[in-house]
Ligand binder design. Structure first.
Ligand code: CA
Ligand code: CA
Length: 75
């Protein structure tokens, strides 16, 4: 059996840093997968975050969540 390794950490401690304006792609390898990202923001500024899905099984139920420790996406 071949398993695909997880591409991003499942928790905020290991969150991957994002660069504003630069897209990041990843995979939800298993149903229970969560991929965490972090980004430095400036108070008072507006930001737009977009998440799209492709391939088998969409992220219809995916969501972005915010906490001071980072953003998370999960199915
Ligand atoms: Ca993943
Ligand atoms: Ca993960």
């Amino acid at each position: 059996m071949v398993t695909t390794p997880d591409d991003y950490a499942d928790d905020s401690v290991g969150a991957t840093a994002l660069t504003l304006g630069v897209a990041k792609s990843g995979n939800i390898e298993v149903v229970s997968d969560q991929d965490y990202f972090k980004v430095d923001l400036v108070a008072g500024q507006r930001y737009l975050f977009e998440m799209t899905a492709s391939g088998v099984g969409s992220l219809d139920t995916a969501h972005l969540s915010y906490s001071p420790n980072g953003w998370g996406s999960r199915p």
